[in-house]
Ligand binder design. Structure first.
Ligand SMILES: [Zn+2]
Length: 155
């Protein structure tokens, strides 16, 4: 059995939210082939946009755990559907808080809340502010960043 289509899951969730059901022809304008349950349109829009907002929050929550676990924005973007580049992935979950887009996550090494300014900020020292004094995670990120440039590797 195939997993359910995301569209069917969303429709099920819309009904689960208690939206009024209306019957519509399976083929628009032709009731001869029967009807199918559909959400009342305006209530359906309300429910679907509520679910879309909740899905965006779920993406941000998973991205926060991914950053906490040491995943890069490149890896986070690759996990998105459709796939995003690192900058686009960051911007998809970042908040606008005055100094440009930021994304906060807890550093498991130093216990501080890191304010992440995204891949475009450059080195880990510029990208991740808020690490505690002597944070081993930040130190490792700096070593990896420097090695990346010494290898003459990508961009
Ligand atoms: Zn830290």
């Amino acid at each position: 059995m195939n997993p359910p289509e995301p569209r069917d899951l969303i429709l099920r969730d819309i009904f689960t939210l208690g939206v009024k059901v209306v019957r519509r022809p399976v083929i628009r304008g032709d009731s001869a082939l029967g009807t199918t349950p559909q959400p009342e349109p305006l209530a359906g829009i309300h429910a679907a946009t509520t679910l879309r907002h909740a899905a965006s929050r779920a993406v941000a929550d998973c991205a926060r755990y991914a950053r906490e676990d040491g995943k890069t924005w490149t890896e986070i973007g690759a996990a998105m559907e459709p796939a995003h580049g690192e900058d686009s992935a960051f911007l998809a979950v970042a908040s606008q808080m005055g100094r440009g887009p930021t994304f906060a996550w807890p550093c498991p090494a130093c216990g501080q809340t890191v304010i992440d300014y995204g891949p475009e900020a450059g080195s880990p020292e510029d990208q991740e502010t808020g690490h505690g004094e002597g944070c081993t995670r930040l130190a490792a990120a700096i070593v990896a960043w420097n090695a990346r440039w010494e290898d003459g590797a990508d961009e």
